[in-house]
Design a protein around this ligand. Sequence first.
Ligand SMILES: NC(=O)c1ccc[n+]([C@@H]2O[C@H](COP(=O)([O-])OP(=O)(O)OC[C@H]3O[C@@H](n4cnc5c(N)ncnc54)[C@H](OP(=O)(O)O)[C@@H]3O)[C@@H](O)[C@H]2O)c1
Length: 297
Amino acid sequence: MSLYRNSAWFLKGLTEFTRSAFLSASKSFVEKDLEASLAGRGTIHMVCRNKDKAEEARAELVKETGNKEVFVHILDLSETKKVWEFAEGFKRKYKTLNVLINNAGAILSEREVNTEGLEKSFATNVLGVYILTKSLIPLLEKSPDPRVITVSSGGMLVQKLRTGNLQSERGRFDGTMVYAQHKRQQVVMTEQLAKTHTNIHFAVMHPGWVDTPAVANAMPDFHRSMKESLRAPEQGADTVVWLSVSEAAVKNPSGRFYQDRKMVSAHLPLAWTRCSALEEQKLVSLLEDMAKTFQPH
Ligand SMILES: NC(=O)c1ccc[n+]([C@@H]2O[C@H](COP(=O)([O-])OP(=O)(O)OC[C@H]3O[C@@H](n4cnc5c(N)ncnc54)[C@H](OP(=O)(O)O)[C@@H]3O)[C@@H](O)[C@H]2O)c1
């Protein structure tokens, strides 16, 4: 079943994920939450796969903020060994990291594998995020207020964690549902990492339905019919910014799921998407084993 044909989920989306839902939620935002001091936290490292697009975004950032401490690193997150190499290199070069934002995400229409033989969207959305985060934890731990924010999706609400088909080898490959499963895996991964790394504040979030190239390319019909109701990119990014800098965010427990600056349930009411603690631990243990297989020596 297509994600957008799940009526309970779509109705929730119409009331909570749209531009008007953001405007309504934003009425209760506390303005001074974003007035946090960023002294010593102004350097930005952008990790992107496309050099031209990255340089363009960097130039725009520098122009708008006047902050020249913006650095571009080229990495394709679907290339598992390269993710390790990048993270290990970054750790050697830089002394500390305050906030890690895992934003890149992929929806593929057909199953593809990377050079390591892993399904590419899994490598990008799940294993790449896991390796980057795990490898950078020692650097984050050197910061007085370390945070990890992973951009998941409300699409995960229609998925129960499944650890038996991580490479999407069995059954028909439905890219949108595979993506939604990865977004569920990000939620579980975040909850688990928060339990084992208690000095870091972990959060996972849904940006709402946002007008971005990913949506236009991967879901053209949805994009066309919903265009007027989609959020602007800065509205989608608002909760990421709030989780990155506000004091209010870190007063909440670590490892939780957010929407519009609020902790919300990671399950629909009366949902069948909850799974056992054992299954959740299994995901992380499988990721850990897989990650080690590709770790440079
Ligand atoms: N837009 C929405 O309605 C919505 C809803 C829920 C969740 N999200 C989540 O929001 C996040 C951002 O997506 P978006 O909607 O803002 O789309 P977007 O503008 O297309 O951004 C996705 C970014 O991920 C990058 N990326 C994809 N695969 C990559 C790889 N293998 N290595 C490195 N970078 C890679 C893309 O790079 P290129 O520029 O090179 O393509 C792009 O910059 C994603 O995690 C997505 O799942 C979005």
